[in-house]
Design a protein around this ligand. Structure first.
Ligand SMILES: Nc1nc2c(ncn2[C@@H]2O[C@H](COP(=O)(O)OP(=O)(O)OP(=O)(O)O)[C@@H](O)[C@H]2O)c(=O)[nH]1
Length: 296
């Protein structure tokens, strides 16, 4: 069987169940990939790995965020192009009728000219799912539609199965063993490190490493992150902390803002600075920090 690999963009107004769907799909066979922010505009939020293929799920920032800024957003970032996705899943909540935002999302999908499937979620909430889906179908007229319940994991197998069928043939984009936590922690540490380097300039060259010690979702809208910034000398520690802790506060502030943007909810960032001499020579440390040898 030919190997399939492709990108699916998730589109849908807030609250339709995108995160729930992702979580349901991101079972064991799935890993989160966290590319550097500059490498792609549409964030990769998950990869479904199978022996015969790889389904890469993309989130499209800007599409489902701004309710009141809808007008502005229309001319701004939210845009999907065929270069970025092979298929769009436009997710809707069939327990409610379509609203302005659903219409707007639909117009973006149409403009993109990417094949789009209508995914009617929350089927468990309605007695007649087909009736719930009908107004959306009328409005959008997409090629195909699906009825699912992300929360109850209904209809997902078929959806994924059929999606693989339409993905292009290709080679894997990502290694199969991509581990969720590692890449996410690595991303978080890179964000922090970036601000350390930016704010301290030449004073702290490359002798800085950041280790995420804890990262927990404390509440649905709050991620707690405790991280340690490692430097090689006491003098560097003093610089990173700054007078009265001012530098560290600024680093934390900037990194937190970036991370809140990334997680789309509040982040409590607890930063520590420690000295560890010559960490750069320690192999186990380099591995712990995520600096692995590139994949062959
Ligand atoms: N009954 C039911 N509730 C669901 C289903 N899918 C999602 N929900 C609920 O709908 C609400 C919104 O779900 P999310 O997954 O956070 O929606 P989202 O589209 O990611 O929302 P944003 O993060 O705001 O973009 C949550 O309370 C979910 O528990 C479903 O299939 N059935």
């Amino acid at each position: 069987m030919a190997y399939k690999a492709g990108f699916v963009a998730l589109v849908g107004r807030p609250n339709v169940g995108k995160s729930t769907l992702l979580n349901a799909l991101l079972g064991r066979k799935v890993a989160i990939a966290t590319p550097k922010p500059q490498t792609t505009r549409n964030r990769i939020v998950g990869i479904v790995h199978r022996p015969d293929g790889q389904l890469i799920l993309l989130d499209t920032p800007g599409i489902h965020r701004a309710q009141h800024k809808l007008g502005q957003r229309m001319n701004q970032t939210a845009r999907l192009t065929a270069r970025e996705a092979d298929l769009i899943w436009h997710i809707v909540d069939i327990s409610r009728p379509p609203n302005e935002e659903d219409r707007w999302a639909a117009s973006l999908c149409r403009q993109s000219q990417i094949p789009t499937w209508l995914i009617g979620n929350k089927s468990d909430l309605v007695a007649d799912a087909a009736a719930g889906l009908a107004p959306y179908q009328e409005l959008m007229g997409y090629q195909a539609h699906w009825i699912i319940s992300a929360a109850h994991e209904l209809g997902l197998t078929d959806l994924v199965e059929r999606t693989f069928e339409v993905l292009p043939e290709g080679v894997p984009y990502y290694p199969e063993d991509m581990v969720t936590d590692q890449s996410e922690d690595f991303y978080v540490s890179e964000v922090i490190r970036e601000h350390v380097l930016e704010l301290t300039r030449e004073e702290i060259p490359y002798s800085v490493a950041v280790v995420v010690e804890e990262r927990t979702l404390r509440r649905p809208d709050l991620t707690y992150i405790r991280a340690t910034i490692y430097v090689e000398r006491d003098g560097q520690k003093a610089i990173v902390i700054g007078d009265g802790g001012r530098m560290l506060k600024q680093i934390g502030e900037r990194a937190r803002q970036d991370l809140e943007e990334y997680y789309r909810h509040r982040v409590f960032l607890d930063l520590w600075v420690k000295v560890r001499e010559k960490w750069r020579n320690e192999e186990s440390w380099l591995r712990r920090l995520g600096y692995r040898e590139p994949d062959k």
